[in-house]
Ligand binder design. Structure first.
Ligand SMILES: *[C@@H]1O[C@H](CO)[C@@H](O)[C@H](O)[C@H]1NC(C)=O
Length: 460
């Protein structure tokens, strides 16, 4: 099977965002009945009817998702599917407990909601799997706030169509993961990217076998994420690549064609080093403070390096990294600006954005019923954030076959003054101007143009 028809790797990132790593790892304890199948579960009947099970190695995957029946819900120009994939038996899990991963997908629109050219043969329409970061932020939230087919109105009771939805160009699946993020729940032990990528690999294997997913098995597959998704996306793509090299008897060759990360948190050792550059460039600190931060920066890089080495000292080094590296962006917090968008003040909300109308919408019984959500208390977000300098730095330091060509490639104007792009041999770094952390929210038309250009394999 040909898999290199399209660019094999791309990274997109935006300017004017500010990045810091999460201060804690995702999610609280398991909420409610982890089985989701209490005898008084109002959704039990509907879910049982559609459940399909798939067994791979030790894994048992149970898909209980179905079409979104209400045509007026979110977007009537696109067919939606929502529900759960039950994940059980990962080699990393030592118990029989299940994780229930929620996903929400829309097929490519049948009628464009803007004047964009979205003409693509149905057979060739890509499937994008979207992963919001955090860890602990729900991808469903991104559907409604960033790049999905509808946005929630101020009241939290209704939605309006997003003309720049990525479903203008692709089928898109938003996955709430790991367990206990968004509508997902269940066994709460995900601790690293090996565990997460293993689950997502089998999620895809089962999805492509299922009634609702089998139509996408040959679609060009793109793994795309944001923020801490800069950890998830490469790990998942690598797991797929490994699976494809030696396809197990019961598995499917996945049609992976590319990956993309927006404002990713990917290489802390390099990215931390860019905070003081970013603050200097944006007038948050002066030369003197910049020089004062040099020593802290070196200590931070040393600790991150040993934290990542995985040796006996690494637990201690990770804690030390957290303490020392924090100092590198403390001058930023003193400004009161939005950490995700330095163009505006943070304001009173803990994450500098007001998501309350979206949470009202997502927590309503009506929405949950339409999305086949099982009864539990959802957790929408913990913290996220990443700046373009840090991302540019790691793309330039990444070791790969064409790294010299990439470094030598010219940074060119993109989209008539919309951004700056560097691209070589299928690897692209794109800086979108005038956007904060969530580029699809701040520059929806440019974000759609970016992803469309990428998934079609057009040169940047
Ligand atoms: C991730 O965690 C699991 C479970 O503790 C462990 O078996 C695995 O080796 C870890 N992977 C990495 C890369 O640390």
């Amino acid at each position: 099977m040909m898999i290199t028809k399209r660019p094999s790797l791309s990274v997109a990132a935006a300017v004017l965002a500010f990045c810091r790593p999460p201060s804690s790892v995702a999610a609280g304890p398991v909420r409610g009945d982890a089985s989701g199948r209490g005898s008084d579960d109002p959704f039990q009947g509907a879910m049982e009817k559609d459940a399909e099970s798939f067994v791979f190695n030790s894994y048992t995957m149970t898909m209980s998702a179905s079409k979104i029946e209400d045509p007026g819900f979110c977007d009537d120009s696109s067919e939606g599917v929502a529900g759960y994939m039950g994940v059980k038996g990962s080699k990393y899990d030592d118990s029989e407990d299940e994780k229930k991963l929620f996903f929400w997908m829309y097929k490519k629109r049948t009628a464009s909601q803007n004047s964009a050219d979205t003409d693509l043969d149905e057979e060739d329409t890509p499937l994008i799997v979207w992963l919001t970061g955090g860890p602990g932020c729900s991808s469903s939230l991104a559907l409604l706030f960033e790049n999905g087919p509808c946005a929630v109105d101020e009241s939290g009771e209704s939605t309006s169509v997003n003309p720049h939805s990525w479903t203008e160009s692709a089928n898109v699946l938003w996955l709430d993961q790991p367990a206990n993020v968004g509508y997902s729940y269940g066994q709460d032990n995900d601790a690293n990217e090996s565990m997460i990528s293993e689950d997502v690999y089998y999620f895809l294997q089962a999805f492509f076998r299922s009634e609702e997913g089998s139509g996408f098995v040959n679609s060009p597959l793109f793994i795309v994420g944001e923020s801490y998704g800069g950890h998830y996306v490469p790990a998942i793509a690598h797991r797929i690549w490994r699976g494809n090299k030696h396809v197990a008897d019961d598995a499917i060759q996945l049609n992976l064609q590319g990956l993309a990360v927006g404002n990713g948190w990917t290489d802390p050792e390099i990215q931390y080093g860019q905070y003081r550059e970013f603050m200097l460039e944006n007038g948050i600190i002066g030369e003197e403070e910049y020089d004062d931060l040099e020593e802290a920066q070196e200590r931070c890089a040393d600790h991150v390096h040993s934290c990542n080495s995985g040796d006996s000292e690494s637990d201690f080094a990770c804690q030390a990294a957290r303490a020392t590296c924090d100092a590198l962006y403390s001058p930023f917090f003193a400004t009161g600006l939005n950490t995700y968008d330095i163009r505006v003040p943070c304001g009173p909300n803990p994450l500098c954005y007001d998501f309350s109308h979206i949470e009202t919408f997502m927590n309503s019984e009506d929405t949950k019923r339409k999305l086949n959500v099982l009864e539990h208390d959802p957790v929408w977000q913990t913290t996220f954030i990443c700046n373009y300098l840090g991302n540019r730095a790691w793309t330039l330091q990444l070791e790969w076959k064409h790294d010299d060509d990439f470094a030598a490639a010219e940074e060119k104007d993109w989209n008539d003054g919309g951004g700056l792009v560097r691209s070589s041999n299928g690897f692209t770094f794109l800086q979108v101007y005038d956007a904060g952390h969530m580029v699809p929210t701040d520059q929806p038309a440019k974000a759609l143009a970016m992803i469309t250009q990428f998934i079609r394999g057009e040169t940047f």
